[in-house]
Write a protein of this length. Structure first.
Length: 292
């Protein structure tokens, strides 16, 4: 796998994003000019790079001659320099170590523009391949987020939904590290399939905002599945599916299971276990700092 996980919480959970080999389509609609609410003050970094997707040929090329797909390691250098050059850091130096994450791409920096559905446009920049998703409807925007997320992180997303169900070893292999990883996470959130569905059902019946959140989830999942259909058809799905026996590189036989709303709950449980453990001592820490 290339790249490091970026997960974006959209409605329940969304995961961030490079599109390759997309089908030809009519010229996408021109989105309205986007407002950059960051006003040039937002920066981010995703070492080693934006693109976490690699086909079987990409993987074989890396193993044999060391080549890499675009945007898999192009953010590693700036981030690594931060460890030794952070002293005296000023606002004016931030772009040395981080990428500008203002919304919108200047015309001369557009790497690709695609419209996987009539109500959404995904523009990627040349420098880092980051997707800028603009929808003419809320539904289209959520759909585009799912589509772009799968384009960059489909294999990682698939791993995480299996980890959240403690089925990683059956999906990706029974290495001791896989077994211990899923067992440790399962202990923190031992949800059955019924438990996962119950959370979706409660969301749908809780309030109008809950119903909107579920609609967002369904649109996001539809975008993920649209990308899976395209990737299988064009044979540009992640090479790990071939290496683990889920797809056949020659006949294209096999399948990638479609995503469903409960998958996002399973993934969210994993993220909560990984990044939500510890903490909770903010008040005590503040008191220590104040000398109490």
């Amino acid at each position: 796998m290339f790249g490091r996980l970026r997960i974006l919480m959209t409605a329940a959970l969304a995961v961030a994003c490079v599109v390759a080999g997309l089908p030809a389509s009519a010229a996408p609609p021109k989105p309205a000019a986007a407002t950059d609410y960051c006003q040039g003050q937002c920066n981010d970094i995703l070492p080693p790079g934006e693109n976490g997707n690699a086909t079987l040929l990409d993987i074989l090329g890396n193993r044999t001659i060391g080549t890499r797909p675009a945007h898999t390691d192009d953010q590693l250098g700036p981030y690594a320099k931060l460890a030794s050059q952070y002293t005296g850091l000023t606002n004016g130096q931030l772009n040395t170590f981080f990428d500008n994450s203002s919304f919108g791409v200047p015309a001369d920096q557009v790497a690709s523009t695609i419209s996987p559905r009539s109500d959404v446009t995904i523009v990627r920049d040349k420098a880092t391949g980051v997707p800028h998703i603009t929808g003419t409807t809320r539904s289209g925007t959520e759909f585009g987020a799912g589509y772009a997320g799968a384009a960059d992180r489909l294999w990682t997303m698939d791993l995480l939904r299996h980890v959240g169900r403690a089925t990683l070893t059956g999906f990706a292999g029974g290495a001791p590290s896989n077994r211990s990883f899923e067992q440790s996470l399962w202990a923190g959130a031992p949800y059955t399939e019924q438990d996962l569905q119950a959370q979706i059902d409660r969301l749908a019946s809780s309030s109008s905002r809950g119903q909107q959140a579920l609609a967002d989830v369904n649109d996001y999942v539809a975008g993920v599945n649209a990308y899976i259909t395209q990737a299988v058809s064009n044979r540009n799905f992640p090479g790990e599916y071939v290496l683990t026996g889920h797809m056949n590189a020659i006949t294209n036989a096999g399948s990638i299971d479609p995503f469903k709303p409960t998958d996002l709950i399973a993934i969210a449980a994993v993220i909560g276990a990984l990044f939500g453990s510890g903490g909770g001592n903010e008040i005590a820490s503040a008191q220590v700092k104040e000398g109490r």
